[in-house]
Ligand binder design. Structure first.
Ligand SMILES: O=C(O)CCC(=O)C(=O)O
Length: 238
């Protein structure tokens, strides 16, 4: 079994460039993910309700602005193994744009609308190489709402978007979604998915009695000024 890979192979790099994403399996050991999962539970329990940017039915279990929220989340975002992995994708230098916990609680019917992360992110900061790392804290499956992607859609640039009814990630793409080209991306916990901030992606609700969480950290080149509020920090100089 391949563990703790720190650099992308040529094939993985080519996959990311052509399709806008790549999944690297067995990247995180199970004990590290469990420690993060439990830390986030303790953090959430200690927060006032107002500390959640999104709260209520549609966003239950989500925690926003985790980049520098605690020493543990900050260390996770600045992990050299991750920065080494994304080094050929994000340049010059690497800064954090944001980090958040995205949850699908048992039987959560909320879908995440088709969107591009840059529809949100360009409201705060302009970047040429921005991307997200999507880290499942449990196995993600079609039943519990794994990621769905349109491979290659990042090549089409930033699309017009508008507010969609219900669900989450509701700054949705206005262009027609070619669902014939949709790829479901089930992942084992331990996998790290890297995807462009321009990639079209979505997820369904959770039909199971187990929660599905993902920790999402977004990075941009160090020369791109600003990020999501107080989370922006240069991690590797340009
Ligand atoms: O984890 C998911 O279901 C997708 C979340 C997502 O795409 C986002 O928050 O931007």
């Amino acid at each position: 079994m391949k563990t703790n890979q720190h650099s992308l192979t040529e094939a993985e790099l080519a996959h990311y460039r052509e399709h806008g994403y790549v999944a690297v399996e067995n990247f995180f050991p199970a004990d590290e993910l469990q420690a993060l999962d439990e830390h986030l539970d303790r953090f959430a329990a200690g927060q006032e309700a107002d500390a959640f940017e999104h709260k209520g039915q549609d966003y239950r279990g989500w925690i926003m602005r985790l980049g520098l929220a605690t020493p543990q989340t900050a260390a996770f975002c600045a992990d050299d193994r991750v920065l080494d992995l994304i080094n050929p994708l994000v340049h010059p230098g690497i800064a954090i744009y944001s980090a958040k916990l995205v949850a699908k609680e048992p039987y959560d019917t909320n879908i995440c609308h088709w969107h591009q992360d840059d529809a949100y992110y360009t409201q705060h900061s302009q970047s040429q190489t921005r991307m997200s790392t999507w880290i499942p804290l449990q196995d993600s499956t079609r039943e519990n709402g794994c990621l769905q992607l349109i491979p290659g859609s990042h090549h089409r640039g930033l699309q017009p978007a508008s507010n969609k009814e219900g669900g989450t990630c509701n700054l949705g793409i206005d262009s027609e979604i070619d669902l014939d080209n949709c790829t479901y991306l089930p992942t084992r916990a331990g996998t790290i998915v890297l995807f462009s901030a321009l990639l079209w992606h979505a997820s369904d609700g959770n039909q199971t009695d187990q929660r599905r969480r993902a920790f999402i950290v977004s990075y941009q080149e160090a020369t791109a000024q600003g990020g999501n509020a107080d989370q922006w920090q240069i991690l590797r100089a340009a």
